[in-house]
Design a protein around this ligand. Structure first.
Ligand SMILES: [Zn+2]
Length: 125
């Protein structure tokens, strides 16, 4: 929205400068030059608005990018931690956390970390 405003300023300023210059060339009255400078001022304000909106836009976008990056870094670190824990488990001889065993009595499937069957109470290990 701000960027469109800036471009509108530039267009208005350009039109004012153009027409006042046109009138000055036709009539030769010096007072019309005031309008020409007003037009230039409009263009300058428009440029300032466009540039500032671009800078502000970048400033608004960057924190979220950094946030996403830190999130993915954190996720990576957590994943690495989980993998390290899993490797430690395996090296101790324990089954990995995500492996599944079925109950010898009723066949209900359980994570290998559970000691008893949740359905019939049979000891699993
Ligand atoms: Zn069971």
């Amino acid at each position: 929205m701000v960027r469109i405003n800036g471009f509108v300023y530039i267009i208005i300023g350009g039109a004012i400068a153009f027409f006042s210059n046109l009138i000055y060339n036709k009539t030769g009255t010096g007072s019309i030059l005031l309008f020409f400078y007003v037009g230039l001022l409009f263009i300058a304000v428009g440029f300032f608005k466009v540039v500032s909106s671009l800078i502000l836009g970048k400033k608004e976008k960057e924190p979220s990018k950094i946030g996403e990056r830190t999130n993915s870094v954190l996720a990576n670190m957590i994943n690495k931690d989980m993998a390290a824990v899993d490797i430690a488990r395996r090296s101790k001889g324990a089954p990995p956390a995500n492996s599944i065993v079925s109950c010898p009595r009723c066949g209900t499937r359980h994570y290998a970390t559970s000691n008893f069957c949740h359905k019939c109470g049979m000891r699993l290990r």
